[in-house]
Ligand binder design. Sequence first.
Ligand code: ATP
Ligand code: MG
Length: 168
Amino acid sequence: MGQVREPAVARVERTTRSAAETRRLGERLGRLLGDGDVVALVGELGAGKTQLARGICRGAGVADGDVSSPTFAIVATYRGRVQVNHADLYRIGDEDELHATGFHDLVGRAGATVVEWADRLPGALPPERLEIRLAHDPAISTRRRLDIDGHGERHARLARSLAARRRG
Ligand SMILES: Nc1ncnc2c1ncn2[C@@H]1O[C@H](COP(=O)(O)OP(=O)(O)OP(=O)(O)O)[C@@H](O)[C@H]1O
Ligand SMILES: [Mg+2]
């Protein structure tokens, strides 16, 4: 059909100037998520991973009150327009411990999966994913830089859809 294949990787850089702006960016992403999508969030303490995850959940149609911090449960599942599996690997010991939570039965299958501290167990996530690295701005306390990498056609498209809208 002469269709042009879109590149299977994409990188987008964004800056946010408040927690609300980070949540709004998450909301934009959440509206686009579907079953099997995987979002890996990476960044130091207080970088904004949970703020972004909250926005993602809202965009996916999850009621605000349902979203908690899954740190102790490791993975929480919320019902929305699309199911959202929200995991936090900060306190995870090893791959066996993660296995016991049922995490692997969810990722890439039922619902969309959002993982905070995704770098704690590098092998736990499929290579086809949207990876978002959040970093503090050393000069401005409420500014964050987000490096967004989409791997695989579907996640690359998600990354591109998060690019700043052009003016004019
Ligand atoms: N631009 C911004 N984006 C996101 N959060 C911001 C921003 N500016 C300030 N903040 C504040 O930074 C904090 C981010 O906290 P959050 O819980 O989202 O971080 P986290 O990466 O999940 O940390 P942890 O690993 O400890 O769970 C919040 O208190 C939030 O209000
Ligand atoms: Mg967090």
